[in-house]
Design a protein around this ligand. Structure first.
Ligand code: NAD
Ligand code: AKB
Length: 333
């Protein structure tokens, strides 16, 4: 029973990179009011007309949910709050609590409130970290990895993402009203924000450093390769998955593809626009090993077919139309 509670779209982790981009994209449009949760305040940029309330707090705090769920009835949940891969390895207990327990508790609450009459759609951003290639040689030999291959994560973060994917799919199978959908994102690059605590961070960090005319110390080797996607393309993909008809979906977890780029290739491309680019390599073996375990490319055929994922940017326009002009504007006015 809704009991007079206001139907809302709920975004956890809304102050993060994806959260800010998603909120900006959703907040001006039609739909239920939006309620956000994060440990941090939202950025100063106005979050738009649809935004009703930001609750600054911890997803692990039961009192926060008691207060929110007393007033609001989430119909669509984007559960973004997480501790990313590199940081998760250094705070394993906290990472488990946030990434696994936090998601499990929110899923359980959603399942408790969801019914066929008042369904809840739960959208979860998973990651290429769910994959674990056993060696650099295996990675080099692998073609674009599809959703059911190499599910042997090498990091805590990857294991936690895979656990939540499977828990969500199982709980949804047992609860008619809960509709769980997950998208495995590649490394994301935003022209507007910088990442923290991830392992794919070298790519955005070095591009932003180039625009600031600062030297960059790259923590992976020149050959380190991952799929990368522009933030707006990834957000568009997440939204297409969130709003498509359930009948068109053939699975619960989908790859979103990206452009397969090595550190050396990114440096060569960025140097065309920022010829003073100054990158030194200072290998962090732990992070380099994580990158070696993640696929260099993923197969997103299912996402393109089932919910029309169609990134706007190709490998060249990712830089020429999105990153370079956006980052120049950000730092050079
Ligand atoms: P981010 O680190 O920028 O944002 C995560 C947000 O979660 C932060 O604002 C943080 O304050 C918040 N948070 C962390 N612990 C919390 C807690 N206990 N309670 C409340 N808020 C908490 O990360 P992002 O890049 O925006 O990623 C969002 C989601 O997408 C994450 O689940 C991440 O694993 C996933 N993802 C991101 C990428 C990427 O390249 N950015 C790739 C794959 C998957
Ligand atoms: C990270 O590096 O942790 C994220 C991811 C790919 O999940 N960017």
């Amino acid at each position: 029973m809704s009991g007079g509670r206001i139907p809302v779209t709920l975004i956890t982790g809304a102050a993060g990179e994806i959260g800010q981009a998603l909120l900006q994209r959703l907040a001006g449009g039609p739909g239920d009011p939006i309620v956000t949760v994060d440990l941090r305040p939202l950025s100063t940029a106005g979050p738009g007309d649809r935004h009703r309330e930001h609750c600054q707090g911890d997803i692990l705090d039961s009192a926060l949910w008691d207060g929110l769920l007393h007033r609001y009835r989430p119909t669509l949940i984007f559960h973004l709050a997480a501790i990313l891969s590199t940081r998760a390895e250094s705070v394993p207990v906290l990472a488990h609590r946030v990434n696994a327990d936090g998601a499990a508790r929110l899923l359980a609450m959603a399942a408790e409130f969801a019914s066929p009459d008042e369904p809840i759609r739960f959208v979860f951003p998973s990651s290429i970290a769910v994959y674990g290639l056993p060696s650099q040689e295996a990675k080099d030999a692998a073609a674009a990895v599809s959703e059911d291959e190499h599910l042997d994560p090498a990091t805590l973060y990857g294991a936690q993402k895979l656990y939540v994917e499977r828990l969500g799919a199982t709980i949804a199978r047992l609860n008619d009203g809960l509709d769980f959908r997950a998208v495995r994102l590649p490394g994301l690059i935003s022209a507007d924000t910088l990442p923290q605590g991830g392992t794919s961070d070298w790519a955005p960090e070095l591009i932003h450093a180039a625009a600031r005319r600062e030297p960059y110390s790259c923590f992976v080797s020149q050959g380190a390769r991952l799929p990368f996607c522009a933030m707006p393309d990834a957000v568009e993909g997440v939204l297409r998955l969130a709003f498509c008809e359930k009948a068109s979906l053939s699975r619960t977890a989908y790859n979103l593809g990206g452009h397969s780029l090595s550190a050396a290739e990114i440096i060569a491309r960025v140097a065309r626009d920022f010829p003073d680019l100054d990158v030194r390599f200072q290998l962090d073996r732990g992070r380099d090993r994580i990158v070696a375990s993640w696929p260099g490319a993923v197969d997103d055929t299912a996402a393109r077919r089932d919910f029309g994922f169609a990134p706007e940017h190709d490998e060249e326009t990712l830089f020429s139309r999105y990153l370079i002009p956006g980052i120049r504007r950000r730092y050079q006015g």
